[in-house]
Design a protein around this ligand. Structure first.
Ligand SMILES: NC(=O)c1ccc[n+]([C@@H]2O[C@H](COP(=O)([O-])OP(=O)(O)OC[C@H]3O[C@@H](n4cnc5c(N)ncnc54)[C@H](O)[C@@H]3O)[C@@H](O)[C@H]2O)c1
Length: 325
């Protein structure tokens, strides 16, 4: 078994920095390469974390035999190509969401991961909040789930709103919502129907707000609200509720607060802080050190991205879409 995992970070912006900070605190992880299309960003992060080298060329990192794993923290249009190249170069991958921008690219990433037998984990930090774990324990098999992530309006010139680089709020952040609803529900989704479109960014070719209905294989259902049409201070950007026919649990306050209700007396718990980034990094490195599967696999990344892309298909066709992968 490996004693240490050597990492290259591709994309040295906000998330590259966040992951570098988390990795620097992990004893058996070492960052050896910092890559960014913007040379100064790569050099700046390299200097801060005393890494091996800075480069603008992802191929240099992917072909570096001393590197075991790459973090893909670039803009969305590069994720699938970099994931596939990483798999071909036998590098393990931690990738930020979404996995890809099209259904075909999603399937291609899944095929490459399985063909080359690498480990690919997607950064779904929301699974690590203690309040989420408490909800899963309180209601292990929900019947009806609601998941809402509504942000304040994103600036038009934000890269994530660029139709090519980002794809808009629903693709960018909706992956988190889809993943958390799946995770809380615990059953594979089989059908999705969506309404919505471009409400807050006219002139940009993006979907910025949707409501969607999901049906899961165990017969349970969920409704999703995703977009940047405005945040409500009452629940914060996040509001997730599960019910099982008798009990309810409601997450809000950026997933730090949860209210449990058994029909008689509500009970509320609030955590002092947010979680996720250090925990997901520790899990990824631990999985590579112990050659075991990480708790969030490439199939989780695929499912969440596919659900958003299938929701877009539903908007276009006006029809429910089946989910299979
Ligand atoms: N999990 C979360 O909570 C969370 C939060 C924010 C962003 N994200 C995700 O993280 C990813 C990065 O977002 P960010 O906020 O760090 O963006 P950012 O703009 O701060 O950083 C992205 C960096 O990637 C670089 N880049 C783009 N294409 C490249 C290429 N081909 N090769 C090398 N470098 C390239 C850019 O120059 C930029 O420095 C996105 O997928 C985003 O959706 C996740």
């Amino acid at each position: 078994m490996p004693q240490q995992i050597n990492v290259g970070i591709i994309g040295c912006g906000a998330m590259g920095e966040t992951h570098a900070r988390c990795l620097a605190a992990i004893e058996h992880a070492s960052i050896r390469a910092f890559c960014d299309a913007d040379e100064q960003r790569a050099q700046a992060l390299c200097a801060t974390y005393h890494g091996g080298y800075a480069t603008t060329d992802p191929e240099r990192v992917l072909r570096d035999d001393t590197i075991d794993a790459v973090y893909i923290c670039t803009h969305h249009d590069t994720h699938s190509t970099l994931c596939i190249r990483a798999a071909e170069c036998h590098k393990h991958v931690m990738v930020e969401k979404p996995l890809a921008l099209t259904l075909n690219e999603c399937y291609a990433v899944g095929n490459a991961v399985e063909k080359h037998g690498i480990t690919l984990m997607t950064g779904f930090k929301m699974r690590y909040y203690p309040a989420v774990a408490r909800v899963k324990e309180y209601i292990p098999t929900p019947l009806v789930t609601t998941g809402q992530m509504l942000d304040g309006r994103w600036p038009d010139d934000f890269w994530a709103n660029d139709p090519v680089k980002g794809g808009g709020n629903v693709l960018s952040q909706g992956c988190h919502t889809m993943d958390l609803v799946y995770y809380l529900n615990g059953s594979e989704p089989e059908r999705i129907y969506a309404e919505g479109g471009n409400f807050t960014h006219q002139g940009l070719a993006i979907v910025d707000n949707i409501v969607a209905t999901l049906r899961f294989k165990n017969g349970s259902v969920a409704s999703i609200v995703q977009g940047d049409s405005g945040q409500t201070p009452f629940v914060s950007k996040f509001s997730f509720q599960v019910t099982d026919g008798r009990k309810t649990a409601h997450l809000r306050n950026r997933l730090k607060s949860v209210t449990f209700f058994d029909g008689e007396k509500p009970e509320e718990i609030t955590d002092p802080e947010e979680y996720g980034f250090p925990e997901e990094n520790r899990d990824f490195i631990r999985a590579l050190l112990t050659t075991t599967a990480p708790p969030i696999t490439h199939r989780d990344g695929l499912r969440a991205t596919l659900l958003i892309l299938k929701a877009f298909e539903s908007l276009k066709t006006g029809l429910p879409q089946t989910i299979s992968f």
